[in-house]
Design a binder for this molecule. Sequence first.
Ligand SMILES: Cc1cc2nc3c(=O)[nH]c(=O)nc-3n(C[C@H](O)[C@H](O)[C@H](O)COP(=O)(O)O)c2cc1C
Length: 112
Amino acid sequence: MAAILATAVRNNATNGITGFLLYNGRNFLQMIEGQQAELIVLMNRLARDRRHHGMVRLYDRPTQQRACPEWAMERLWLADDPAERRDAVEAILPGALEPEIRQMVVNFSRLN
Ligand SMILES: Cc1cc2nc3c(=O)[nH]c(=O)nc-3n(C[C@H](O)[C@H](O)[C@H](O)COP(=O)(O)O)c2cc1C
């Protein structure tokens, strides 16, 4: 995770991409936002990365503003106690996040 995040932050800062990443020990959930051309390039790199597989695109829409302009790639930590995860993740998600994405993150955070 440390290596992934270091690369992501370095590249994303250069390419104008922002977002966040969750990992539950089994799956990643990542949100990326930026200019379409940069996102396509990144998605192609991610799809070729052998550290993960079975990549699924859950949500892909144009937006007027970024939800997390300050996060070159922020790891959002899941609370150890599953019962606390919903509130904990809600508390750290940016207010400007699309409700559908928010719901996906909350649902993901509760998977074991
Ligand atoms: C779960 C996951 C998330 C990643 N997220 C990013 C990302 O946001 N930005 C990025 O540039 N690379 C990300 N990577 C790494 C890319 O797949 C790829 O290894 C990297 O962009 C290559 O960059 P480099 O040529 O500078 O080493 C991620 C990899 C994994 C496994």
